[in-house]
Design a protein around this ligand. Structure first.
Ligand code: PBG
Length: 330
């Protein structure tokens, strides 16, 4: 459409007062848009700061129930569990990954006991349990696909048995969504949803997360043979189509802020539930600048989250979830 010329058109008219701006605001942000990623660790009744993520802690499994309750009371509908694992928990066969009693699976049960209403999301990838920090098995220096998928299926089934509502395959192996969906159906978990890390890029913005989960020192090499090339956009569309066809209920773009063009394309081209992950490095940049007095922390937090909504996200995984929810709730 062509706008009538000035002065018939004065776009500032609708920006003059808060009331007028509220009337024409195109996107809205609420605590219901958030998925809160948390880090869990062994031990009892303890928390530990994550140095590279100011304001984020690792908490022992017995404390995750209270965290979930707090989140739910703030209006946050989902919480996502990431385990911190030391070198002693890591092996070449990654067997701890599908143990009912690893900390991630204990955390699922703890949350389901303490706050059954909240949706519990998991991470499916071998990296917390792998001696070399990779998301898949390594054979002769290569990350092997099909044998990894078999292990991911075992992880998925145990997580579903423990009560997970949303499974989050973050490994980027080919064929994992179909294999997991098939196994869930066969095992009677037909109600369990999959939020696929569909367009997950090989990104340097994951640095602080790898500190938080203890992967930084374990990881050898990079993840470029399975995570996406940051230069690619069409490939992300092929991945979305593939994951949907294999049985994903929801798709994710990761990282978030530098990849909102991908979010916009996914939402426009597919119209499916679309999420993005505002990752650790994005969080750390904003917190570091705020701590230095270079940015207004609260304002950039809310602005950045609103931008996810404007770009087309149905929701966003963010470490800011409780702080942002508190502000939004007044
Ligand atoms: C690992 C995983 C990563 C993140 C979530 N799951 C890191 C990686 O792929 O190395 C990153 C999250 C963040 O940076 O906040 N499967």
């Amino acid at each position: 459409m062509t706008l009538p010329p000035f002065p018939q058109t004065r776009l500032r008219r609708l920006r003059r007062t808060p009331a007028l701006r509220a009337m024409v605001r195109e996107s809205a942000l609420s605590p219901a848009d958030f998925i809160w990623p948390i880090f869990v660790m062994e031990g009892t009744d303890r928390e530990e700061a994550v140095a590279s993520m100011p304001g984020v802690v690792r908490r022992t499994v017995d404390r995750v129930g209270a965290a979930a309750r707090e989140a739910w009371d703030l209006g946050i509908p989902a919480i996502c569990i990431f385990p911190y694992t030391g070198m002693d928990a890591r092996t070449e066969d990654c067997a701890l990954a599908w143990s009912r009693d690893n900390i991630a699976n204990r955390a699922i049960r703890e949350i389901k006991d303490a706050c059954p209403e909240i949706a519990v999301m998991t991470d499916i990838a071998l990296d917390p349990y792998n001696i070399n920090g990779h998301d898949g098995f390594v054979e002769n220096g290569a990350i092997v696909n099909d044998r990894t998928v078999e292990a991911l299926v075992k992880m998925a089934l145990v997580q579903a048995e423990c009560g997970a509502d949303i499974l989050g395959p973050s490994d980027m192996m080919d064929g994992r969504i179909g294999a997991i969906r098939g196994a869930l159906e066969e095992a009677g978990h037909s109600h369990v949803t999959i939020l696929s890390y569909t367009a997950k890029y090989a990104s340097a913005f994951y640095g602080p997360f790898r500190d938080a989960v203890g992967a930084s020192s374990a990881l050898t090499g990079d993840k470029n043979t399975y995570q996406m090339d940051p230069a690619n956009s069409d490939e992300a569309m092929r991945l979305v189509e593939r994951d949907l066809s294999e049985g994903a209920d929801m798709v994710m773009v990761k990282p978030g802020m530098p990849y909102l063009d991908i979010v916009g394309r996914v939402k426009r081209e597919f119209g499916v539930p679309t999420f993005a992950y505002q990752v650790s490095g994005e969080y750390a940049m904003m917190q570091a600048a705020a701590q230095n007095g270079w940015l207004d922390g609260d304002k950039v937090m809310l602005e950045s989250l609103m931008c996810f909504k404007r770009a087309g996200c149905d929701g966003v995984l963010t470490y800011f979830a409780p702080a942002a929810a508190r502000l939004l709730n007044g």
